[in-house]
Ligand binder design. Structure first.
Ligand code: ACO
Ligand code: OAA
Length: 448
């Protein structure tokens, strides 16, 4: 083992030497790192009718950073959330909107709910044979494995007709909460020595209610908890074609691959800590700050610690303040604003006001600390992942399920983008890499 470790250490050095590209070469060859130009704008890779993000406004011919806005199929996502709040659950209505491009009437919504309810079943023994095998705290990996295994139960797996892809997408949207929650219970049982519960979903319940019901040993939840989770799901459902997991969906779809493989690839992208995996990292980072700063109200002490995080001297050594910053948003992410609007009340009700005060302080302070270290083109603000984990913790949802909850919502956006790609593109996505390689002559093995 030690020999192996030494080998890896030495050969990682070889990788670093062989793969090093001087930073100025990107400028020299006009290559846009991260497919973003010098001002942070993404390279345009496609057209979409599914959603729109606004983070800048034109004023006197100049691009000015503005408060963020997000539309789903023409509707402001804040108006959507306000529209169903108090009346009915929104996840299913917005899923219909994103997939079919229009808001459903009552009959259409009922029919759609019935289709989802009847699709909430897994193949015989799937839970025992797949989900309970080799359980891990990484529920995103467990989900991905389940999705890929479901492919072998689908006789029409590779058919990319829209009718078939729609059937597959609705099936996955319906079973994602079961795959995630059962995956968690299996892990909690085998790794944490806890009891295991496999509660079946109930036909009359919404996605948010089913999720909480299946998660809790006693199946109990309050209306408020289900509504908060439902709002969180709606806010995570869609975010344009360029976010890392949706672009992955587009790229893999463009090669002609099947729905299960595409969704597995999207899940693998989403779990990254710079993307959806940030919601777990935020909570871990906050715990780390709380453990290392004795007085959480001392702004100077918190600032010193944030600087240590940025300098890779604290927390996970990556130099990131999780939950802050965004590739597109400038002054604000509207989803974070919605979360913030109810997080304070929830925190007071749950006796977590001290934690809330620390979150607010970091939200205020982090942009300033980050801008002292990096060149900021457009502003840094709290993103959707900043408060979501805090909200889930107040709903007593375990940390391991935070990113899977993101996936339970985002699979709707992935589905809409897969369908849009299939209908319109029919061209494999294939960007270019400028090669800076030098040609060499082969040297026979015993002459090296
Ligand atoms: C659902 C979502 O995916 S939302 C995003 C969730 N991710 C996080 O919360 C992780 C923390 N945030 C980040 O890593 C980044 O803000 C990202 C990945 C989201 C966006 O990164 P970019 O597109 O590079 O953002 P932007 O161009 O505004 O960044 C400007 C500079 O500030 C730095 N920066 C931005 N946010 C942060 C941050 N939270 N912590 C430290 N540095 C940051 C960037 O690394 C970049 O520095 P560089 O030019 O030396 O590479
Ligand atoms: O758009 C992005 O790059 C990331 C994001 O906020 C999301 O996917 O919700």
């Amino acid at each position: 083992m030690k020999k192996n470790a030494e080998y890896m250490l030495e050969h990682a050095g070889l990788c670093r030497a062989a793969d090093r590209l001087e930073p100025q070469m990107f400028d020299e060859y006009g290559v846009q790192r991260g497919l973003r130009d010098k001002n942070g704008n993404g390279v345009v890779a496609g057209l979409t009718n599914i959603s729109r993000i606004e983070s800048f406004k034109m004023e006197d011919g100049k691009k000015i950073p503005c408060e963020g806005k997000l539309w789903y199929r023409g509707y402001d996502c804040i108006e959507l959330v306000n529209g169903f709040r108090g009346d009915h659950f929104g996840f299913e209505e917005v899923a219909y909107l994103l997939l079919f491009g229009k808001l459903p009437n009552r009959d259409e919504l009922k029919h759609f709910n019935d289709i989802l309810a009847s699709s909430r079943t897994l193949p015989t023994n799937f839970t025992r044979d797949v989900i309970m095998k080799a359980p891990s705290s990484d529920i995103m990996n467990s989900l991905t494995r389940s999705v890929l295994t479901l492919a072998s139960y689908d006789k029409n797996c590779s058919d990319t007709s829209i009718e078939n892809v729609l059937r597959q997408c609705l099936g996955l949207i319906a079973v994602f909460p079961m795959l995630a929650v059962y995956g968690y219970h299996a892990y909690n049982h085998y790794s944490n020595d806890e009891s295991m519960y496999i509660h079946r979903p109930q036909k009359k319940l919404s996605t948010a209610e089913n999720l909480l019901m299946m998660l809790r040993p006693d199946k109990q939840y309050t209306e408020l908890e289900a509504k908060v989770l439902d709002t969180a799901l709606v806010l995570h459902m869609e975010h344009g074609g360029g976010n890392n997991s949706t672009f992955t969906t587009r790229v893999v779809t463009s090669s002609g691959s099947d729905t299960y493989s595409v969704v597995a690839a999207a899940l693998s992208s989403l779990k990254g800590p710079k993307h959806g995996g940030a919601n777990i990292k935020v909570v871990e980072m906050m715990r780390d700050i709380e453990a290392h700063v004795s007085d959480w109200t001392d702004e100077d002490a918190v600032r010193v610690y944030l600087n240590k995080i940025l300098n890779k001297e604290a927390f996970d050594g990556k130099g990131l303040i999780y939950g802050m910053g965004h590739a597109v948003y400038s002054l604000s992410d509207p989803r974070a604003q919605v979360f913030k609007s109810f997080v304070e009340k929830l925190a007071v009700a749950k006796g977590r006001d001290k934690d809330f005060a620390l979150y607010s302080m970091i939200e205020r302070m982090a942009p300033e600390v980050i801008s002292q270290k990096s060149r900021i083109y457009k502003g840094v603000s709290a993103n959707v992942d900043f408060y979501s984990g805090f909200v889930y913790s107040m709903l007593e949802i375990p940390l391991e399920l935070y990113t899977p909850i993101f996936a339970i919502a985002r699979i709707v956006g992935w589905s809409a983008h897969r369908i849009e790609e299939l209908i319109n593109m029919d061209k494999i996505i294939r960007p270019a890499y400028k090669s800076v390689m030098q040609e060499l002559e082969y040297v026979p093995l015993d002459q090296r």
